[in-house]
Design a binder for this molecule. Structure first.
Ligand code: 7RM
Length: 633
């Protein structure tokens, strides 16, 4: 096990050491894992190409550290604790020994289907244990998983399958989400009709039992694929820098990018951060409410907790089904000790009223966590007082898909708390704030763009199939720095508060959505000529989506037009990207070079039209008043 920090003084000493001697520090952490061959060099890096490699020459398989090494010490401990969508259905408990067997069996099945080291496997699945099993089975044989959140549409799924050139897709008949079943296999069929020529095989889990069409020669039931397969499978030993997974995430321009993480560094960093941030203790029941379709689920439902030998709870459902007391019901039922969720869920449950929390016995809770978006003070206080009864520290964890693991966060019960602050960098993390000219802002009480000056083991290695895009997106804005896309402030104690994105990315309910993606989707709707999308403050979602749309002529029935736009966005991306407000406008404010002035559109969407700044330099200043008068606020 990696080092577990116990006091603030120890944190300070370890942090100082990790900056003075990063290679020595991380080598010590890495040495606590099972390796087939030790590394020759700890780190090689430059942020210009960029090129970052950790534990060079080392050989391992991450799943041996998630599974095999626990077979000696905790074979009968529950690894995966599964809570179904329907509270009347049976809970599943899968021990480390059982999980090992199930992962190996599927790994053998994948091999039998022709999946080889380096091949990409797309997972489009519900939150059932088989999703975690499929993730680990891919890693076991050196294949690369690409999990696609099952709320994405067929078009979005097809885009990701094509970009990753996936050979196999694993899915289920349907997903049980709240009161309804969502037929995910049908979505896969539709996606595959859009020219996903790399796909040779579709493996279908029988989950809800709903009837699904199977395509002969291509589709195979999961239970048939694993039938008769052995429950042991020698792990494919890979290089530290062998690709572990691709996960698509939205940026400010173009289509989502496939962020690439690798076996060695990701393993060391997710285990270390899991144990330190949450101060995980053996025997704890840990619950992260994210979906495995997002990075939080990868790092802190599957890999981090399993690497640490924890019991990780996986929840199939949604926070409000059958009622808004569901989370607290689950905490009580399973005696959850560590609970990690998103501000949007906290705000939604807070809005549902205190009575849902009051009747529950939440005394098992010791640590609360939050992630995904800035948390507002009201929600922070409610979480601290009503859920944690002022006994449990809140770890406000700041990180990104690209960072692989938590970078700035309190260590539970160690770091002093400050509402809305992610507080201090973890060991090995060297943040800085820069101004628009790239000058580093020194000292306390400054606000700027958040960058990192030095690599940590789970920094993204590339964006799949397009390294130049990786460079441009993260390493080109400021020389020799990784740029996060976030703005932040640092107080007099060196604590960081994350303010939010400074680029054209909107954070809706903790989901990253690119404005360009939504605009491209809206532009496909009937009668749409052009559109511009901005975020605006939303009481529950954090940010809502405001769309300004130019149409080719009079729209006639406005509500039918809006519905057509919503349907198009749902078809192109998925329901999470549906605009909250759609305003038909005669034009968009543009600079003389033809760039849309989003600053003005953001102000109008916020309902703050008092000071729009100088609009006289616009190509078409007259549209501003017209947009203002029709604003939906
Ligand atoms: C883990 C995750 C990343 C973006 C990031 C921020 C925002 C995440 C916090 C936060 C304020 C936090 N990955 N963000 N955590 N903002 N406080 N604790 O969410 O790739 O999906 O999103 O999310 O803007 O850049 S992500």
């Amino acid at each position: 096990m990696t080092l577990q920090i116990r006091t603030l003084d120890e944190y300070r000493a370890v942090y100082e050491r990790s900056v003075r001697d990063p290679e020595g520090f991380w080598a010590e952490q890495a040495a606590t894992f099972r390796w087939h061959k030790p590394w020759r060099r700890v780190l090689e890096w430059n942020f210009r190409e960029p090129r970052v490699k950790w534990f060079i020459g080392g050989r391992l398989n991450i799943t041996e550290n998630c599974l095999d090494r626990h077979l000696e010490t905790r074979p009968d401990q529950v690894a995966l604790l599964w809570e179904p969508n329907d509270p009347k259905r049976k809970v599943r408990r899968i021990t480390y020994r059982q999980l090992y067997g199930l992962v190996c069996q599927l790994a053998n099945a994948l091999k039998a289907q022709g999946v080889r080291k380096g091949d990409r496997v797309c997972l489009y699945m519900p939150m059932v244990p088989e999703l975690a099993i499929a993730v680990l089975a891919c890693a076991r044989i050196g294949a690369v998983h690409s999990v696609v959140f099952a709320g994405f549409s067929a078009v979005a799924l097809a885009d990701r399958i094509k970009d990753a050139q996936a050979k196999v897709v694993i899915t289920a008949d349907a997903n049980a989400r709240g009161p309804k079943n969502i037929a995910v296999k049908t979505v896969v069929d539709e996606a595959l009709s859009m020219g996903c020529s790399s796909v040779e095989r579709v493996i279908v889990l029988r989950n809800t039992g709903d009837e699904v069409p199977m395509t002969a020669g291509r589709d195979l039931w999961w239970h048939d694929a694993v039938r008769g397969k052995r429950k042991t499978c020698k792990a494919t030993v890979v290089d530290s820098e062998h690709m572990l997974f691709i996960l698509y995430t939205s940026g400010s321009t173009g289509k989502p990018k496939g962020v690439v993480h690798t076996h060695g560094g990701y393993m060391v960093y997710t285990e270390f951060t899991f144990r330190n941030v949450f101060q995980y203790q053996p025997g704890d029941i840990y619950w992260c409410t994210a979906d495995i379709g997002w990075i939080t689920g990868h790092s802190y439902i599957v890999y981090g907790p399993l690497l640490a030998g924890a019991t990780t709870l996986m929840f199939e459902g949604i926070p409000t089904y059958p009622d808004p007391g569901r989370f607290w019901e689950v905490v009580q039922r399973h005696k959850v000790n560590i609970f990690y969720t998103a501000p949007t869920a906290i705000r939604a449950l807070m809005a549902a009223g205190d009575e849902w929390v009051k009747g529950r016995r939440l005394t098992s809770l010791r640590v609360l966590g939050t992630v995904g978006e800035p948390i507002n003070e009201e929600a922070w206080r409610w979480y601290y007082e009503r859920v944690g009864k002022k006994r449990c520290p809140i770890v406000d964890t700041w990180w990104q898909t690209e960072t692989g693991g938590i970078l700035i966060s309190p260590l539970a019960s160690i770091t002093p708390l400050k509402p809305c602050y992610a507080t201090l960098p973890l060991p090995g993390v060297q943040p800085c704030l820069v101004d628009a000219n790239g000058n580093e802002l020194e000292g306390p009480n400054v606000e700027g763009m958040l960058c990192l000056k030095f690599p940590w083991p789970s920094i993204l290695r590339t964006t799949f199939g397009d390294h130049e895009r990786c460079r441009l997106n993260y390493f080109a804005a400021f020389p020799d720095k990784y740029f996060t896309g976030d703005g932040a402030r640092r107080d007099d104690n060196g604590m960081y508060r994350i303010i939010g994105r400074v680029d054209d990315v909107i954070n809706v309910s903790g989901h990253r959505i690119g404005t360009a993606e939504v605009e491209d989707a809206i532009n496909k709707a009937p009668n749409v000529v052009e559109s511009a999308v901005v975020g605006y403050p939303h009481p529950i979602k954090g940010q809502g989506i405001y769309a300004y749309v130019i149409t080719s002529g009079p729209v006639g029935d406005l509500s039918a037009f809006r519905q057509a736009v919503l349907d198009t966005v749902t078809r192109e991306i998925g329901p999470i990207a549906k605009p909250d407000k759609i305003q038909v406008v005669p034009g968009l404010p543009k600079t003389r070079s033809g760039k849309i002035m989003r600053r003005i559109l953001r102000k109008i969407a916020e309902g703050d039209t008092s000071n729009l700044g100088d609009t006289t330099t616009l190509l078409n200043p007259e549209v501003v008043d017209e947009i203002k008068s029709g604003a939906l606020v």
